[in-house]
Design a binder for this molecule. Structure first.
Ligand SMILES: Cc1cc2nc3c(=O)[nH]c(=O)nc-3n(C[C@H](O)[C@H](O)[C@H](O)COP(=O)(O)OP(=O)(O)OC[C@H]3O[C@@H](n4cnc5c(N)ncnc54)[C@H](O)[C@@H]3O)c2cc1C
Length: 403
């Protein structure tokens, strides 16, 4: 079957699904609101799961060359007490993550999209989706209608404006804390450890440094959302003092970031849909299951959604079965990561001193308890199917997409 497919949103999930479906012979049109599609934000951590999807797209090697290998996660309090110590090698000696600039990930996916037969319509903000029998058309802000399509894939991100309109029962509350983030030169040699490193003081101060390219780190700093309101100035002189006191070894990086003043602001939502699809309209990526980035999974989950949906369409004879199969395969993992992120976030970003004390007392120790270490390691690697099981990595330490 050749399907007419609309993809709304030219982000991580949208570009991946459009490319995979176009490669399978479907007639795909991507609608993007920006005249020039672009990524917003600094860098992110790709897990073995996301890397497997990039390999399926033929982008694995380029990503490895342009990103920075990450072997684990280390979190400490300002006093040096370990709160997180996880290594991919616990799952498999060859397993690893990859820090990558969002601009690089975007460029790889975008060039790949252009090499596929998918059409891209930029400057086309979709305001509505209208169902006509088993098909659907999309309506842009100017009122123009495009379609009909056999399938409309909504991939318009965590702050989706279509979600509430198309699925009124969806919930997407804003987290009370977000962050500022930027990319800085690694002036203090922090990336040499090949780890995502974090420093915390209570639950109100958190700084992370993620290697994202040779000699470059993405820095993020937690802030309450009221301080992230557009136009509200951020006191970088005060930030510089607080951050340097939290992490003295990173003082040169902090100084550089404060002087460069090129931070982006990010807020996150805890998104839950009553179901993945309604007739020919299906949600993927953050539009379907935005989380706080505490577990570093959002882009990886979106890439897995894209792969699973494209696969389900190839494998099953009709769209109804494909959507049912997609929903069934993605339900468990996505529910797990949404719940786990939600559970963990207040231990790192909240005003609860008690949660900070509990974290400092027990989290570092639990990273070394046999059962917990496996659960936490596989959670980081993105391989959980749910609370009770995970997908084993293959002989090369890679995630098996059809495992
Ligand atoms: C601070 C921070 C750190 C993060 N770190 C990590 C990490 O380490 N690892 C990880 O895996 N994830 C991480 N994430 C999450 C990750 O960034 C997201 O999960 C991912 O970008 C979601 O991809 P998406 O394609 O669903 O949405 P997006 O990438 O947001 O793309 C949505 C696209 O839709 C377009 N759009 C929106 N509305 C419309 C419309 N109406 N019509 C047409 N186009 C529209 C937008 O312009 C955009 O291009 C982090 C997020 C934050 C905020």
């Amino acid at each position: 079957m050749t399907l007419r497919i609309a993809v709304i949103g030219c982000g991580v999930a949208g570009q991946a699904v459009a490319t995979l479906l176009a490669d399978s012979g479907h007639a795909v049109t991507v609608f993007e609101r920006f005249a020039e599609p672009r990524p917003i934000g600094a860098g992110l951590l790709l897990q073995p799961t996301g890397l497997a999807v990039l390999r399926a797209l033929g982008l694995g090697e380029q990503a490895m060359v342009r990103g920075a290998r990450v072997d684990g996660l280390e979190g400490r309090t300002h006093r040096g007490r370990a709160v997180l110590e996880l290594a991919y090698a616990d799952l498999h000696p060859k397993a690893h993550g990859l820090g990558i600039l969002r601009s690089v990930l975007f460029e790889l996916l975008h060039q790949r999209l252009h090499r596929s037969s998918a059409r891209l319509r930029v400057g086309s903000e979709i305001a509505d989706v209208v169902r006509i029998g088993v098909t659907a058309s999309v309506v842009d802000r100017s009122g123009a209608t495009h379609g009909p399509f056999d399938l409309v894939i909504v991939a318009d991100g965590a702050h989706s404006s279509l979600r509430q309109r198309l699925m009124p029962a969806a919930r997407a509350p804003l987290y009370p804390w977000g962050c500022i983030w930027t990319t800085v030169p690694d002036l203090d040699g922090i990336g040499a450890a090949r780890q995502l490193r974090q420093r915390v003081r209570g639950t109100t101060e958190m700084m992370g440094l993620l290697p994202v390219a040779d000699g470059q780190l993405t820095l993020y700093w937690s802030l309450p959302v009221d301080q992230l309101a557009p136009g509200r100035p951020i006191n970088l002189a005060a930030w510089r003092r607080t951050a340097a006191a939290l992490w003295p070894e990173a003082a040169a990086i902090v100084d550089h970031a404060a002087a460069a003043d090129s931070f982006s602001r990010a807020t996150y939502r805890h998104v839950a849909l009553p179901r993945w699809h309604d007739g020919p309209v299906v949600f993927i990526g953050d539009a379907a299951h935005g989380t706080s980035p505490q577990l570093g999974q959002g882009a990886n989950l979106g890439l897995l959604d894209a792969y699973t949906l494209a696969r389900a369409i190839v494998e099953t004879g009709d769209l109804t079965s494909a959507l049912a199969s997609f929903a069934c395969r993605r339900d468990g993992p996505v529910r797990f990561y949404r719940q786990a992120s939600h559970l963990l976030t207040p231990f790192f970003q909240s005003r609860s001193g008690a949660l900070g004390l509990l974290r400092d007392a027990f989290m570092g120790i639990s990273c070394h308890l046999p059962g917990m270490r496996g659960l936490m390691g596989s959670t980081l690697a993105g391989t959980r199917r749910g609370w009770l099981s995970s997908v084993a990595l293959d002989g090369e330490g890679r995630y098996r997409l059809d495992g």
